[in-house]
Design a protein around this ligand. Structure first.
Ligand code: ATP
Ligand code: MG
Length: 440
């Protein structure tokens, strides 16, 4: 992509409305634009990052055996009357009427709809376990939308829903998602801590919130400091192994970690003083086993091996991609801008032409741009005639992991500079070496 042809409305000034660094940087880097309160457009640079985040989420959901579908954003109120949540949900739900005066709503979540899909076609335990997910916009009319897409009214969610015949089966489904979440956040360059979370009035349930430590986070967390060094389950983890996943779950949850609602002072104080961590964090995911809460009122049942009908045991598993993008920035930036982990960077490398119009610089940049693009790299080529200072500032701001800098003096020697955005280290090398560094 040539920068001169791209759409990236960079802001020079710090936007006044942004209270936290991720919001400020997303606006300055031209990633998002607020269209009305808590409702955002994702501009091309932001969209590229969001797509990468979604793809990692998708790969890990698929690896864990979940199956993707797509459900609509608008839902009929009738479904929610069946579960009893239509009245219970309150003002966070955006309620709409269609031209026939039928009550509709913009979905804040999809338990009812997925239960309806399930009950319409699954009749036998032989079709279980089943886990269906989609990555779709949601709407919650939050009282206090803030921090950009961190807490918006319209936001994206990956929501998965599991169906099992028994509680034991549902626990295995839960552990699959638990393991998939550990892998997902790790691949996004984040250390998310699974915290025991409130399960509401129905006892005996299982729930974890995945929290990234950050001073600007809205959740209060208490945990053992060793969570920072835990091993992440490997790519070849066997998701069918009940005992294997149980041992991963037990290992991770053996250490104390809880949000404020579940905080137990005595248990926390039992941790040696130097190993306690109380901090703030950002909730990026939430998994929940809730048994037959929706299957009973909505009549989602299957025939069991005993020939009798059983209400299915369900769980739901959310991740917020549009919150994850700012959360990654909160965790990875410096005074010059964003530092993307390679896995979600909008481009793999930016080629900076220090003297556009100069034959040698243009030729060198075009050569590198063509070679890297051919090798499958996603390259941004700064071919604009901006000042060098502006180019460096832009490249640092948008956080592409590597910069290849072609200035007249180096190019005259057949050389360019390669800069690592994260460490700031710069290295001069031949043009060929620079290409090989990214192709090899
Ligand atoms: P919170 O406590 O932050 O309001 P929640 O408990 O209401 O979140 P869930 O219903 O568990 O959220 O939704 C699953 C995930 O969706 C959350 O972990 C979060 O990543 C994301 N999410 C929820 N609300 C928002 C929002 N207003 N803006 C952006 N992402 C959100
Ligand atoms: Mg939650």
């Amino acid at each position: 992509m040539r920068l001169s042809r791209f759409f990236i409305p960079i802001l020079k000034e710090n936007p006044k409305e942004a209270e936290i660094v991720s919001h400020r940087l997303m606006l300055r880097a031209g990633m998002i634009r607020q269209q009305s309160q808590g409702i955002y457009s994702w501009l091309p640079l932001g969209k590229k990052v969001l797509d990468k985040v979604n793809n990692i989420i998708r790969e890990e959901q698929n690896r864990a055996g979940a199956i993707e579908l797509s459900m609509p954003t608008l839902q009929s109120a009738e479904l929610w009357q069946e579960s009893g949540r239509y009245d219970a949900y309150g003002k966070e739900m955006l309620r709409i009427k269609d031209r026939q005066d039928r009550p509709m709503l913009y979905g804040p979540t999809n338990e009812e709809m997925i239960t309806d899909i399930f009950r319409s076609s699954v009749k036998s335990y032989k079709d279980l376990p089943l886990n269906l997910y989609h990555i779709q916009l949601k709407f919650r009319d939050e009282i206090r939308p803030r921090f950009g897409t961190m807490r918006s009214r319209e936001f994206m969610m990956k929501d998965a829903y599991s169906f099992d015949l028994t509680r034991e089966g549902a626990e295995h489904s839960y552990n699959k998602m638990f393991t998939a979440y550990l892998r997902t956040f790790d691949r996004l360059g984040l250390r998310a801590i699974p915290m025991r979370a409130d399960t509401g009035p129905i006892g005996g349930n299982l729930s974890h919130e995945f929290i990234i430590l950050a001073d600007t986070g809205e959740s209060e967390v208490f945990c053992h400091k060793d969570f920072v060094n835990f091993d992440i389950p490997a790519e070849n983890t066997d998701f069918d192994s009940v005992d294997g996943l149980k041992s991963i779950f037990d290992k991770w949850t053996s250490l104390y970690a809880a949000t404020s609602e579940m905080h137990d002072e005595a248990a926390f104080n039992a941790i040696p003083e130097g190993e306690r961590l109380s901090a703030r964090g950002i909730e990026v995911g939430h998994i929940f086993y809730f048994g037959t809460k929706y299957s009973e009122p909505m009549g989602a049942k299957v025939q069991g091996p005993d020939g009798k009908e059983h209400f299915v045991h369900m769980g739901s598993y959310g991740i917020g991609p549009t919150r994850l993008v700012p959360a990654i920035i909160e965790a990875s930036h410096d005074e010059n801008g964003i530092i993307w982990p390679e896995s979600v960077a909008p481009f793999d490398v930016v080629v900076i032409n220090m003297k556009a119009g100069d034959e040698a610089c243009d030729g060198t940049c075009e050569l590198i741009y063509a070679a890297l693009t051919k090798a499958g790299k996603d390259v941004l080529y700064d071919d604009t005639d901006d000042r060098a200072g502006t180019k460096f500032a832009t490249a640092d701001l948008i956080g592409v992991p590597y910069q290849i800098i072609a200035g007249p003096r180096a190019v005259a020697n057949g050389e360019v500079e390669v800069k690592d955005r994260k460490t700031g280290a710069r290295e001069t090398m031949t043009i060929e070496a620079a290409i090989n560094r990214f192709v090899a």
